[in-house]
Design a protein around this ligand. Structure first.
Ligand code: HEM
Length: 453
């Protein structure tokens, strides 16, 4: 854990509860606005925007905070030119308990310093090697899927991506000792992460999650000397060999914090994105055909790294699914001192939440904002360029997603193969619906009718 004394002044203070001077709504007793944020974040945000403007008060559970809406607020919070906002304290409750001092739980200079640990992991040679690893795993994985009436896209892609991620991130194969426990540990942590009861005692979900965390940490710690000594091309191998300016390696504890968080940051986000993409392709068969035609022009069963720039229609579908259903549905910060936001006084230690889904559907920037229309990203229309922060699926500023190209690449490799092998639609008469917390997804895990081509 970080013992840097410069951060203790703002990390040790409790969250501010005094926000009566900012207009807004508390929602229900105890749960606050959470039920509406789970089912209809756009509707709640639009209501706040129309009634109170870009900055208003809401309750996340019993905790009052500020809802900051629209691209101007996103720009102020994410660029944070005056260093008023702590990302660490925004995510402390949800993330730090399970992933220690990961990148989203570090601020300012310390954050910038630690981000170096991932610099080799996302350079072109590394990315090219991940493509070679991932394509056959995806191929084999989807060949094993059973397309019966119980088929749910979300469950299947989640399991396949988890298996693939363990290989690409840690160099762990499905048949390696402890790999099943590793995947289960990760699932247990996710289950425990958003829970309100936080007792590390047998019988609680929190305890199961904490056991998962203990397993994951031990597992990664054991791998560190092996990866440092070997010639692996997985991300952990790169992180173990990265050095600080004085030539020393990052400590085991630092590596474990970052490596365990990577799994969380990468896995559910890409699962959610692909589920929404497949939903829109299922209801818009003409886009399935367009993407297939684009894939035919590439001509290979697998997309290679060099092909990624050529699949522009696939990229537009990826962007459009992200716009309609951003995988990170809420971004959190906490003020570290008294400051001002949208004309309101924000006391120190106030939690601030952004809802990208609102910005992503604002009529000022997007034509027919609730419709799936990937062509809006084509150069002739460029709707996403209406404001530097009107489309930011990967965030912005110092904490901008370090895995953004990897996430997009994974989604494209999968979709290319899936479309070449199969056609798919929603079951007849099926009414899809969406939930947004803890991660956005189709409410029943997206049942699909899938036929081989
Ligand atoms: C479609 C998939 C993904 C989406 C939509 C996504 C979105 C985001 C967003 C919005 C943030 C910034 C959060 C904030 O500022 O509050 C972020 C940060 C981050 N993401 Fe992603 N992400 C995705 C995939 C990935 C992947 C595949 C990886 C790793 C391989 C990854 C690693 C990270 C890390 C480490 C951070 C923290 C960066 C920092 O604080 O410096 N993400 N992501």
């Amino acid at each position: 854990m970080n013992t840097n004394s410069s951060v203790s002044s703002y990390t040790e203070a409790p969250n501010n509860k005094k926000l009566g001077h900012i207009p807004g709504e508390k929602g229900w007793p105890v749960v606050g606005c959470l039920p509406r944020l789970r089912t209809d974040p756009f509707g709640l945000a639009k209501h706040h925007w129309d009634k109170y403007g870009p900055v208003s008060r809401i309750n996340m559970g019993p905790q009052p905070g500020v809802m900051a809406l629209g691209p101007d607020m996103a720009q102020t919070l994410l660029l944070d030119s005056e260093r008023n906002f702590s990302t660490r304290m925004g995510y402390d409750y949800a993330l730090r308990t399970f992933y220690g001092d990961n990148l989203l739980c570090l601020d300012f200079d310390e954050h910038k310093f630690q981000r170096r640990i991932m610099q080799t992991s996302f350079k072109t040679p590394a990315m090219r090697s991940y493509v070679d690893t991932m394509n056959p795993i995806l191929d084999k994985g989807m060949e094993q899927w059973v397309f019966d009436k119980k088929f749910r896209f979300y469950d299947n892609i989640k399991e396949l991506l988890l298996r693939m991620t363990c290989k690409v991130f840690y160099g762990v194969e499905a048949e390696d000792e402890g790999s099943a426990e590793l995947a289960q540990a990760f699932i247990d942590i996710l289950d425990a992460q958003m829970g309100i009861v936080r007792l590390d005692m047998p019988g609680t979900k929190f305890h199961v999650g904490k056991n998962g965390q203990r397993f994951l940490r031990k597992y990664i710690t054991r791998l560190i000397p092996l990866r440092r000594a070997g010639d692996g091309t997985d991300m952990l191998s790169h992180m173990c060999k990265e050095t600080k300016p004085d030539g020393s390696y990052f400590t085991d504890e630092e590596i474990v914090d970052h490596a365990s968080f990577l799994l969380f940051a990468a896995h559910d986000t890409t699962t959610s994105t692909l589920t929404h993409m497949m939903y829109y392709l299922a209801i818009e068969p003409k886009w399935q055909e367009r993407l297939r035609a684009e894939g035919e022009r590439i001509g290979n069963d697998y997309l290679e790294y060099e092909d990624l720039a050529a699949v522009t229609e696939l990229d537009a579908c990826f962007q459009e699914a992200q716009r309609l259903h951003p995988s990170v549905s809420v971004m959190a910060r906490r003020s570290i001192r008294d400051c001002e936001l949208g004309g309101h006084h924000i006391p120190a230690h106030t939690l601030i939440f952004q809802y990208p889904i609102f910005t992503n559907r604002m009529e000022q920037y997007w034509s027919k904002p609730h419709s799936f229309d990937p062509e809006r990203f084509f150069p002739e229309r460029n709707e996403h360029k209406g404001h530097a922060f009107c489309h930011m699926p990967f965030g912005g500023g110092a904490h901008k997603c370090i895995g953004m190209h990897f996430g997009a690449m994974q989604a494209k490799l999968f979709t290319h193969q899936f479309l070449r092998k199969f056609e798919f639609s929603l079951p007849s008469g099926y009414q899809a619906g969406f939930t947004y917390l803890p991660m956005p997804k189709e409410k029943n895990g997206l049942p699909l009718v899938v036929k081989p081509r």
